[in-house]
Design a protein around this ligand. Structure first.
Ligand SMILES: N[C@@H](CCC(=O)N[C@@H](CS)C(=O)NCC(=O)O)C(=O)O
Length: 326
């Protein structure tokens, strides 16, 4: 029976196994697990993997989870002697070391900072950032000390895949790690030297970038560990009725400005309140009088409007950045 691999399309551990299978040309049926739908948290899935994590390999009823164990098993069973998982005890030990280092430290620290806040209700904290730098610094040190072109040897091994995919999640959130020169060179070399393998990571990176910009709504999920982020609907929280009331006042008064046929101090706070609607792109054009008065203010008092406009631009930039860093 053909191998089956349960994967999540943007999950670094799944990507690493897919890369090994692709390189070794091991036929395998990929089964996409819908993470958002919680497919991996069902009792049925727990029969394959009680950790309820993705990936899982199904080799004719032999179920194996933990991507490192899957990588080792694929090489041993389907390509014994492959340089991807060297037989020499010392080289193999270094490969195993790098796999453990990734699982315990590198991926653990990095994914808590890159991935977890995209999908769940976690903040990116200074402590989290410190841990990312520690992970990068340690890996950089390993690469410098060993002086190898790849993570564990002077050729590609299964240790490269998980470390590449952890690093890829940093690129996905535009995290600049260029000061870790050895890591940077090794990462860029992988892209150049193994374009087919890199494509597997690159496609996932696009998905992660998309989710970083549009955090998924997982409010339906009852996760045993991760806190679920409440979805903020900025538009829905903006009440339209105050604009409707102002529309009524302007209609009833029949004045060009809010309190008279000329500018008064009453216009300033009302302009600035209305400006906050424009700040979040709230469409209030159906309030014709409000719109005419608001646009009239901009045209008639450009110097005064500039004070409001500067504040609006500042807030918009702030919203855009906080959204980006989710
Ligand atoms: N140690 C595992 C980690 C696997 C893992 O964390 N997978 C994520 C998807 S990328 C997962 O299944 N998370 C379960 C969850 O958050 O509910 C491995 O390397 O296989």
């Amino acid at each position: 029976m053909v191998l089956k691999l349960y994967v999540v399309s943007d999950g670094p551990p799944s990507l690493s196994v897919r890369q090994a299978l692709a390189l070794l040309e091991v036929p395998c049926q990929q089964v996409d697990v819908d993470f958002g739908a919680g497919d991996h948290m069902t009792d049925e899935y727990a029969l394959m993997n009680p950790q309820k994590e993705i990936p899982v390999l199904d080799d004719d009823g032999f179920f194996l989870s933990e991507s490192n164990a899957i990588l080792q098993y694929i090489c041993d069973k389907y390509s014994p002697g492959t340089p991807l998982y060297p037989q020499d005890p010392k080289i193999r030990a270094v490969v195993n070391h790098r796999l453990c280092f990734n699982l315990s430290t590198y991926y653990a620290n990095i994914s808590a900072y890159t991935m977890a806040p995209i999908f769940f209700d976690y903040e990116r904290t200074p402590l989290g950032l410190k841990k990312v730098h520690i992970a990068l610094d340690v890996f950089n040190t390993y690469l410098s000390r060993a002086g190898t072109t790849h993570a564990a040897a002077d050729h590609l091994t299964i240790a490269d895949f998980p470390l590449i995919n952890s690093t890829m999640t940093l690129e996905a959130i535009d995290f600049d790690f260029s000061k870790y020169e050895k890591v940077s060179t090794w990462y860029e070399d992988f892209k150049k030297d193994y374009p087919e393998l890199w494509k597997i990571s690159a496609d996932a990176m696009k998905e992660i970038k998309h989710f970083a910009a549009n955090p998924p709504d997982l409010t339906h999920m009852d996760h045993p560990i991760h806190p679920i982020r409440k979805v903020k609907n900025r538009r829905a929280t903006v009440s339209s009725s105050p604009a409707g009331v102002l529309e009524t006042y302007l209609t009833r008064n029949g004045t060009t400005d809010v309190a008279a046929d000329h500018l008064t101090i009453a216009d300033f706070p009302l302009i600035n309140s209305t400006m906050t609607l424009e700040t979040v792109d709230f469409d209030f054009s159906k309030y014709k009088k409000v719109t005419a008065w608001y646009e009239g203010f901009k045209n008639n008092y450009p110097e005064l409007w500039k004070i409001s406009e500067d504040d609006m631009k500042f807030t918009q930039a702030y919203i855009a950045n906080s959204h980006k860093s989710l």
